[in-house]
Design a protein around this ligand. Structure first.
Ligand SMILES: NC(=O)c1ccc[n+]([C@@H]2O[C@H](COP(=O)([O-])OP(=O)(O)OC[C@H]3O[C@@H](n4cnc5c(N)ncnc54)[C@H](OP(=O)(O)O)[C@@H]3O)[C@@H](O)[C@H]2O)c1
Length: 243
């Protein structure tokens, strides 16, 4: 952050086995100031570095998230929420209202909005208070209501819009007491991953970024943010995405 340089000593990444979560884990592990990085995943993970502490969270619910928060020993400089779902073997993004289902709405809202909200609830109080600290959740440009010109993808768009609202509410509340803490959403660009794989065929080659490239740009942008950005959803290059 330009006027608030964020020296990352203690950090946590949720969704550490995902394409972008993995790239964040690697990039943060290479930060010179790092002391501990907790890498949370539903998968069992192993790392060479003894600074990275893998935590397997098989099920994300309020009890498991609260239990993990109670185990964190140091104030956190950086919290990255890199979890999210667009499709699965059983669920494809809805092209029309006819395809909207209770199950798909509930599943995507749970992963894309409820889990990040519970992480914010239990982990934002662990953010460092004496110097700048940040909680960042990966959102998506398609969560912007202003930017929605094509329609479709009902559950994904709506769950990311809900995430952006949850971020805004948390940012307003936290700014009242802890002005050094920043809560933001980030659109990572279109990134090569399991999530984007089925939708890559129509892209021009320069439209698809590697997870490493996206994370490098997000981290560069993160370090330029100040408290006035708290509550916003930004693209990886720092441009603001209208709600
Ligand atoms: N790729 C893109 O083009 C793109 C574009 C816009 C926004 N995004 C956003 O970026 C984030 C990361 O996506 P990605 O591209 O890295 O996708 P990814 O490789 O599929 O990773 C997503 C990760 O989310 C976690 N996750 C999925 N379902 C979950 C559930 N039910 N409960 C808890 N965790 C769950 C998993 O992490 P673990 O296996 O480690 O538990 C999974 O690996 C998502 O929020 C996505 O919406 C991606």
């Amino acid at each position: 952050m330009a006027d608030t340089e964020l020296p990352v000593e203690n950090a946590i990444v949720f969704g550490a086995s995902g394409a972008i979560g993995q790239a964040f884990t690697t990039a943060i592990a290479n930060t010179k100031t790092l002391q501990t990085l907790t890498a949370v995943s539903r998968q069992p993970l192993n790392y060479d570095s003894n600074k990275i502490h893998p935590v397997q969270l098989s099920i994300y619910n309020e009890a498991s998230i609260a239990t993990l928060a109670n185990q964190i020993e140091h104030p956190l400089d950086l919290i990255i929420i890199a979890t999210g779902i667009l499709h699965s073997d059983d669920l494809q993004p809805e092209k029309s209202l006819k395809s909207v289902s209770e199950n798909q709405l509930a599943t995507l809202f749970h992963t894309n909005a409820i889990i990040p909200a519970l992480i914010m609830k239990h982990f934002a109080p662990l953010l460092r208070k004496d110097s700048p600290s940040m909680l960042m959740a990966l959102s998506a440009r398609v969560g912007s209501i202003t930017d929605n010109r094509l329609g479709g993808w009902y559950s994904y768009r709506a769950s990311k819009s809900a995430l952006n609202m949850l971020i805004k509410c948390a940012a307003i509340e936290i700014a009242r007491k802890e002005p050094k803490q920043i809560i933001v959403g980030f659109h990572p660009g279109t990134v090569d991953s399991y999530l984007s794989k089925p939708y890559q065929s129509h892209l021009k080659p320069d439209q698809l970024q590697s997870p490493e490239m996206s994370v490098e740009k997000i981290l560069t942008t993160l370090h330029t943010l100040t408290s006035k950005h708290s509550g916003q959803c930004l693209a990886y290059d720092g441009t603001i995405i209208e709600p």
